[in-house]
Design a protein around this ligand. Sequence first.
Ligand SMILES: [Zn+2]
Length: 296
Amino acid sequence: MSNSKLFKFLSEDGFIRASCVVYTDVLNELRELQETSPVSTMALGRTLVGAILLSSRLKDEQAVAIQIQCEGSMAMVFAQSSYECGVRAFVGEPHLPMSVDRGNLFLAPHVGEGTLTVSTYIKGSAQPQISRVALQTGEITEDLAHYLRTSLQVPCLITSGILLGTEGVVTSAGGLMVEMLPGHTEDHIALVERCLKAMGSISDVLANQPTGEDILRMFFLGVKGQIWEHPHALQISCSCNRDKVTSSIELLGEVDVKDMIAKNEMVQVKCEMCGRRYVVVMDDLKAIYQRLRKLH
Ligand SMILES: [Zn+2]
């Protein structure tokens, strides 16, 4: 049973909205699927938490994707989340080496110059809504905050943390986004700033293994409002399946497939979007070959 859940908060006066997610299990699952190093896990997690928090603003059957393209060795990182909390994420370089400064992992040395693109998919419209900003720091969370300030033009706070244990296992991962809604005053901004100061670092909070609800209660201590659980649980969801893998091998053509059979190789195909691996055994390859031959 996944502990990855999204919770929301709305202040009683309706001017402050927040979303909070703890997604430890989902990030660990992605880490295992893609065999990511600790730094690559951070890149995946920071991007994914942004997508999940942004998806909390959506409606049914909508989805949001964040893609970072960069000049550094990471090359790219992609994460998508739907309103239904189906998520997928992929990092260009799963084995980024350690880059530590004063005990903290840093992403920026592997990112460099680049862009952050947010695409929002709305059912019924052929093209997604796309907005793009230049990366500011390469640490992803700050870049997302910059995107929110410039593109959405709302005063907004985003903070996230990922705690790693031995062998890079994710022991706790979570994120919080707080938005001011139209009509808010300077007092609302000051209130949120006080809440943030009182809570302190989200990484310290995550060390106590809270739920998203716990974090919202702690953050909005003394602020009147309502907390509720998002109706969908987070799960990894990708449109890849065995049939698509089979089709991709068919596209290689008769000669290549015959060659694969001759080499008696077990074929492994990795989905570029979620990291899932599909093993295509010899019997499957032979069946593909027979189908290709019949096409002539
Ligand atoms: Zn996939």
